[in-house]
Write a protein that binds this ligand. Sequence first.
Ligand SMILES: O=C(O)CCC(=O)C(=O)O
Length: 275
Amino acid sequence: MVLNDRQIAQYEKDGYVSPIPVLSNAQANELRARLEKTERAQGGALYPAQRSKSYILFKWLNDLVRDPRVLDPIEQLIGPNILIWNTIFWVKEARSKSFVSWHQDTHYWGLSNDKVITAWIALSAAPIESGCMRVMPGTHRRTLRHEDRYHDDNMLTRGQEIDDGLDENDAVHMPLAAGEMSIHNYCLAHASGPNNSSDRRIGISLHFLPPDTKQIVGAWDCATLVRGIDPHHHFEDAAVPSCDLDPAVVAYHEKASRALSEVLYTGAAIKDRKL
Ligand SMILES: O=C(O)CCC(=O)C(=O)O
């Protein structure tokens, strides 16, 4: 067992657990190098659509979402049957203003289940000065009002931001070393500030579902069973890449990423595709 009773109780009460060691520093560096090789080959960055549903596109990430070091603590929190639904790259360049406003993902992902869980894995060091993840303990038990603010430096699709009297003094930072992971319930309010460090801050969020979850906003969606069984089949089985940017899955990934983008922008006044 990876998580002890205190950590499990903290997840239930506060909505998060951090840090959890997952990869060695060398393994995190190796995955970072794989990502940066793709970025270089494309002129310096991922394309916006490649940021999401990326486990369909990158073999190394499809392996990571099945890694027992990642899944064991997830199983302790949501049970033995686990689907990977989405993964998102969160790259903040060194000394960049990129930030993520306070938000609860539950309002935007079209999912029926409040057990949906996010694992955030650091591929670079993510100390406080780099704009690490922050959370508001206990807010996973409240529905908070959001507004779309469309800020250029906001990494979220529509600049969604909680406008419901949150007190910044209640926030907790979740700094991570490269290779460590934080976990939070997707109903929990979270955010992150600009990167004031001299290195890139590179993270990947992995979004896992119990199989009784449904997509209730989008007409079509996909996911991959990574542990246990799926008696429900609410999601199409996602394509699996046999190498990074496998030509056999590129069109499928584009379909999945576009379908997700449509869900994320449902009801938005402006659809400026960031994901
Ligand atoms: O990487 C960040 O700073 C924010 C990530 C995030 O919002 C998420 O994983 O849900």
